[in-house]
Write a protein that binds this ligand. Structure first.
Ligand code: BV8
Length: 235
């Protein structure tokens, strides 16, 4: 059985990472849609760097850890020899920390920096500023940005995502408000006989597209659903 999972900020909420819509999509009074853009970075790199530095530091704290939903997905993947693809909209690293393997971080990663001239991506755990020197050529400064996909930018892996969605037998969306495209449109690329399950606290604009909608906390409902799936498979 080919399984495709799409996660959003809701799966990391119980790990202590604020969701986008939880804070009405605001950060220090700025709308995320206005600050997570190339224009904002052009106009005010300092402010955009501060936005990501704050979130990177928050993520690096010892108590910010994967929760039972992240772990259940990693455990299921480990026992699931067929195709399993975990697409995440989240830029936190909790799926990696939980041990998931086949992860597609379609909106990039907070723990990576990208060179604005060469597009080279490197692991990055420190603050970034408009004067940060290149690790390789310290005389070149201010060329690094967070390796995060901003509004108006093309997400990563769209071809791989389309191919996986088109062949999915099970599509599982977890903790996403299904507002942002193209992520919210992935479910529409699954075949008509694909089993589509949405696990989310609230209803979303895509809910009626799903064959099953499970309302509740990801840390409870994801392990429960995957256990049920395992037992269905062994019958
Ligand atoms: C693109 C990384 C084109 C950044 C993110 C006008 C101008 C420009 C673009 C557009 C426009 N109008 C529309 C667009 C398209 C735009 C878009 O969709 N905008 C929206 C606002 C309408 N999309 C884009 O710009 C995309 N790119 O279109 O490029 C293009 C074409 C060709 C060539 C080049 C370019 C790029 C979008 C990616 C933006 N980056 N993230 C960062 O993190 O700073 S988006 C960000 O918000 C997330 O990654 C995620 O994708 C998105 C939504 O967040 P969610 O993950 O869903 O989280 P949210 O808080 O919204 O919801 C949480 C849910 O969980 C809730 O439903 C809640 O009920 C539930 N929940 C909460 N707690 C729990 C829970 N569930 C279970 N258990 C719990 N405990």
């Amino acid at each position: 059985m080919k399984v495709v999972v799409l996660t959003g900020a809701g799966i990391s909420a119980e790990s202590g990472i604020p969701t986008f819509r939880g804070a009405e999509g605001l950060w220090e009074g700025h709308r995320v849609e206005e600050i997570a853009t190339p224009t904002a970075f052009q106009k005010n790199p300092e402010l955009v760097h501060q936005f990501y530095n704050a979130r990177r530091r928050h993520l690096l704290q010892d108590h910010i850890l994967p929760n039972a939903a992240h772990t259940a997905l990693a455990d299921y993947e480990a026992t699931h020899d067929d195709e399993f693809l975990l697409i995440t909209q989240n830029v936190d690293n909790l799926h990696f920390v939980a041990g998931s393997q086949n992860i597609l971080p379609m909106h990039g990663q907070l723990m990576e920096a990208k060179c604005t001239e060469t597009d080279k991506v490197i692991p990055w755990h420190l603050d970034l500023t408009p004067h940060t020197p290149d690790p390789e050529t310290p005389s070149r400064r201010g060329r690094l940005r967070p390796n995060v996909v901003w509004f108006g930018e093309m997400p990563y892996g769209m071809d791989k995502i389309r191919r996986a969605a088109q062949n999915a037998d099970l599509f599982l969306a977890i903790g996403t408000s299904a507002v942002v495209y193209p992520a919210a449109g992935i479910v529409q690329q699954t075949p008509k006989n694909c089993r589509r399950v949405e696990i989310n606290l609230d209803a979303t604009p895509q809910s009626e597209v799903f064959t099953e909608t499970i309302r509740g906390l990801a840390s409870i409902e994801v392990p429960k659903f995957l256990k049920r799936l395992q037992s269905e498979e062994t019958i």
